[in-house]
Design a protein around this ligand. Structure first.
Ligand code: NAD
Ligand code: UGA
Length: 438
């Protein structure tokens, strides 16, 4: 098939490249000329494991193209994918202006009957609104919902081995078209969920919010562990071994971040309000996430008996490992809170340093090497569980960090609970985890 994908961001780039690798001819269109120039130059604008090789292979194979305009040769595409951003507006509701701008472009360029596939995360009813927007097109276009479930850092494998693909379509013809498109993925049984567009749109928000609720509940329990002396590791294991609950997404930490959970939980709550249904659990998950960020800042403050005038190192600036994405990253929130309280912040991340610097400029010094970020700091805060942070040399950390004026050893705040407290303490450091009793 011949496909056009609008938006060469995390979703569009992975989807377009993945589809070209399945043998389709794909044009990736973006309004950002720098992004397209980089891609045409063989450079990948985001860090996503495995994506670079896949792009280069399909570019070389002549199946993958990047452009800021739709060439006449793609005006007869079989399908147009919308994969542009849907950021939160002032009340948390999704801003659909980019989605609608793409709909207008498709209406102008399409010269034959085709399917318009909405991959962006959009509120219930958006596909119908896009369908109405396409009314002026010269040809018949059917809008289909096909939300994306990839996780950053695992996006390439999520594309080729998805838990499921959800398709919301009105006609059998459009359903059949999407079935054929994904046929190479060999999705059996329930892994291809066929439904109507409105249910499909809601499935996306419900999935992200369900996961966010689990994390927020565990984060609240971690705070209860601090207050009662219980241990969040034991609680997670004891709860997660119930097969009805399952072990995944039960890790307490600095609060969930990224471009989707925070935005989508609030967008679902806003959709509820617009429709007269208060989604109290979703609203509480969001509030609990905000509270966790405040709790973490207080924990650091307490461990250091005040942060004013102190230097603090953050390891892990991306919102999760294996990405360079700092959108809604816990490190951004914590660095802001610490700077506001008068601390100096130094950072390190294997990939996200340049993006973090775009946010903080010279306010935070970001070091190339993890240990170099420690020199002269009173504390090290671990915020992202990158592999390279899992087994550090604690004696070297001790040598680089600075004891407090009253001789108290430096403190390690392990916001992902990846280190063994006894090992940290053996090196002569203080240990502070999240919901972990010593
Ligand atoms: P992104 O910000 O990384 O990329 C969006 C791209 O769209 C940008 O390159 C931008 O220049 C381009 N764009 C904006 N307006 C355009 C237009 N009119 N025509 C063509 N291109 C245009 O966004 P993303 O993270 O890929 O997210 C896209 C959508 O997918 C959002 O709705 C998001 O919620 C959803 N989603 C994201 C993820 C993820 O992991 N990032 C996962 C699942 C779903
Ligand atoms: C999430 C979903 O997992 C994807 O299915 C979805 O497609 C995507 O959002 C989206 O819609 O954008 P992503 O944000 O890339 O993917 O990453 P996750 O692995 O879900 O992590 C999100 C945040 O939750 C991270 O900050 C992570 O550290 C945190 N998290 C995750 C926890 O604090 N505890 C956990 O147990 C799991």
């Amino acid at each position: 098939m011949r496909l056009v994908v609008f938006g060469a961001g995390y979703v569009g780039l992975v989807t377009g490249t993945g589809l070209s690798d399945l043998g389709h001819e794909v044009l990736l269109y973006d309004i950002d000329p720098d992004r397209i120039a980089k891609l045409n130059d063989g450079r990948v604008p985001i860090y996503e494991p495995g994506l670079g090789d896949l792009i280069h292979r399909n570019q070389r194979g002549g199946r993958l193209h990047f452009a800021t305009e739709i060439p006449a040769s793609f005006a007869d595409a079989d399908a147009y994918f919308i994969a542009v951003g849907t950021p939160p507006g002032p009340d948390g509701a999704a801003d659909l202006s980019a989605v609608m701008a793409v709909a207008d472009t498709i209406a102008k360029v399409a010269t034959r009957k085709a399917v318009v596939v909405v991959k962006s995360t959009v509120p219930v009813g958006t596909c119908d609104a896009v369908q109405a927007r396409l009314a002026g097109a010269k040809v018949s276009l059917e809008v289909v919902s096909n939300p994306e479930f990839l996780k950053e850092g695992d996006a390439v494998s999520d594309f080729f081995k998805p838990d499921r693909v959800v398709v919301g379509a009105r006609s059998d013809e459009a359903r059949q078209m999407l079935r054929e498109l994904y046929a190479p993925l060999q999705l059996s049984g329930e892994r291809l969920v066929m439904t109507d567009p409105r249910s499909s749109e809601l499935i996306k928000y419900a999935s992200n919010t369900m996961l966010a609720i689990r994390i927020s509940f565990m984060n609240e329990l971690s705070r209860l562990c601090h207050a009662t002396g219980a241990d969040i590791h034991a609680v997670r294991l004891g709860v997660g071994t119930d097969s009805r609950i399952g072990k995944k997404f039960l890790y307490a930490g600095p609060g969930y971040g990224g471009s989707c959970f925070p935005k989508d939980v609030q967008a679902l709550a806003a959709l509820g309000r617009e429709n007269g249904v208060q989604l109290k659990v979703a609203e509480a998950a969001h509030q609990a996430n905000e509270d966790q960020a405040v709790f973490l800042a207080q924990l650091v403050d307490k461990a250091l008996e005040g942060v004013m005038g102190k230097q603090i190192t953050l390891w892990g600036l991306a919102f999760k490992p294996e990405t360079d994405d700092v959108r809604e990253s816990p490190a951004v929130k914590l660095a802001s809170a610490l700077i506001e309280r008068g601390a100096t912040v130094i950072g390190h991340d294997p990939e996200a340093g340049p993006n973090f610097t775009k946010v903080f400029g010279s306010k935070v010094a970001v070091k190339e090497r993890d240990y170099d970020a420690l020199d002269g700091s009173h504390a090290l805060i671990l915020l992202t569980e990158w592999r390279s942070y899992r087994a550090p040399n604690f004696a070297e950390i001790k040598r680089r960090l600075k004891a407090s004026a009253d001789g108290m050893p430096p403190v390690l705040v392990d916001a992902r609970n990846i280190w063994r407290p006894s090992e940290v303490q053996r090196a002569g450091l203080r240990y502070q985890g999240i919901g972990v009793s010593l």
